[in-house]
Design a protein. Structure first.
Length: 82
């Protein structure tokens, strides 16, 4: 993904501030957790989704009944057999 590129500076005590435009694109907000790692001489930030936000987002999927889920599963299996 090479869409949005923004230059920033390293601040006091190594702080790196992520520009608002990038935070908006990624759906990241203040207080979100992040994993920081080094790969091939590059700094990689990986944002960890908030479990509460995930629970709210998955709510619509969770409202699918077992019968509906089984029906969709059977239809997919038949499609793969053809």
């Amino acid at each position: 993904m090479a869409g949005l590129v923004v230059e920033t500076r390293v601040g006091r005590k190594g702080a790196i501030y992520i520009p608002k435009s990038i935070m908006q694109v990624l759906g990241v907000k203040e207080g979100d957790k992040v994993i920081i790692r080094v790969e091939d001489g590059r700094l990689v930030l990986e944002f960890i989704p908030d479990p509460f936000t995930l629970a709210v987002d998955i709510r619509a999927w969770a409202e699918t009944s077992v019968e509906e889920f089984e029906k969709e599963s059977e239809e997919e299996q038949v499609a793969w057999e053809d």
